[in-house]
Design a protein around this ligand. Structure first.
Ligand SMILES: [Zn+2]
Length: 322
């Protein structure tokens, strides 16, 4: 029996059900939280998280996978409160969300030391709780796969290989990071079926996407609603063409919705969020946009119920199950 760790404990993967593979209920700047805790609005954050959790449940979602890692404000206790209050199954990660910077503590220690930290979260639990991480997250973005990012990728691969959990890598197609990220994981010996290259759906360059798929990895078509990177109609056309080419078993659909960011509680103050909305950067972004708009459009375009079930029920089981 393949299993997966959730904040409520270990589950048979058959219990995952309809799954959103990439959404953020909680995110925050950890340094600001530690030094100026008075600027955080924990009650408001929980309230908004419950609102979105209830909204996705109303669409039949049973599980949300939350890749909020170190430097993005992972908070296992907050996730536990949310799961307890709503009954939603939440899957957490270990890992580091960085495009460039690493704290000196990690900069001056080895890949294997960092892998040990990740393994701790996977085998013992996160932040002193018994809640275990179900996958490892890392990231590469505009600065490319630099030395620090490569170190985190190698540590992620080693922790994944020691424990059997998969890796999710935030990527930036516009900077062409995906192929090098995959190459590092494969060099470390991580099997391709354990690798998910998130945000691949930020491009409609089918040659780029197929060059990743040819390696046998999973891809995240996971930023529906972030028009800033690619508008919805182009995301849909790309997904439909990939379905035509037979890749349903390799793709995930999600939104990378981030509640604190979308509500002016973290990265951007409320007035900047309003400006972003006004310019159309993320007008439709929400945790239910997929169900309200994207899935009906994809179905009109020829996506079958079976393909949808593959992407949102079967693939999460196959990627997460250990
Ligand atoms: Zn994300």
């Amino acid at each position: 029996m393949a299993t997966v760790e959730t904040v409520g404990g270990v589950l048979d993967v058959e219990q995952l059900g309809l799954t959103l593979i990439h959404e953020h209920f909680f995110s925050s700047d950890e340094a600001v939280t530690a030094q100026w805790p008075h600027v955080r609005e924990h009650d408001r954050e929980l309230e908004l998280a419950i609102e979105s959790a209830d909204a996705v449940k109303a669409h039949g979602v049973k599980t949300v996978v939350e890749p909020t890692a170190m430097l993005l404000g992972r908070d296992a206790r907050a996730s536990k409160r949310l799961a307890d209050e709503t009954g939603l199954q939440i899957v957490l990660c270990t890992g580091i969300y960085t495009y460039d910077h690493l704290p000196e503590f990690l900069l001056n220690r080895s890949e294997d030391y960092i892998a040990d930290l990740f393994v701790h979260d996977i085998e013992r639990g996160i932040q002193g709780t018994g809640i275990k991480a179900a996958f490892v997250k890392c990231a590469a973005d505009e600065p490319g796969v630099n030395e620090r990012v490569e170190k985190v990728h190698r540590a992620a691969a080693r922790a994944a290989m020691r424990t059997g959990v998969p890796v999710m890598a935030h990527s930036r197609p516009a900077s062409g990071t995906g192929p090098r990220q995959v190459e590092i994981f494969l060099e470390e010996g991580l099997p391709p079926e354990k690798i998910q290259i998130a945000h691949t759906g930020d491009t409609d360059d089918l040659d780029y996407i197929e060059s990743l798929l040819e390696k046998g990895v999973w891809i995240g078509m996971d930023r529906y609603g972030i028009d800033l990177f690619l508008p919805t109609d182009k995301r849909n056309a790309t997904v439909l063409e990939l379905l035509n080419r037979g890749y349903a078993e390799r793709m995930f659909l999600s939104q990378d919705f981030d509640i604190p960011i979308a509500n002016g509680l973290d990265w951007y103050p409320p007035e900047v969020v309003e400006q972003l909305q006004a310019t159309g950067a993320a007008t439709d972004w929400s945790m239910t946009f997929l169900f309200e708009s994207v899935i009906p459009t994809l179905k009109d375009g020829g996506m079958t119920d079976e393909q949808l079930e593959t992407m949102m029920v079967e693939n999460p089981k196959r990627w997460l199950g250990v």
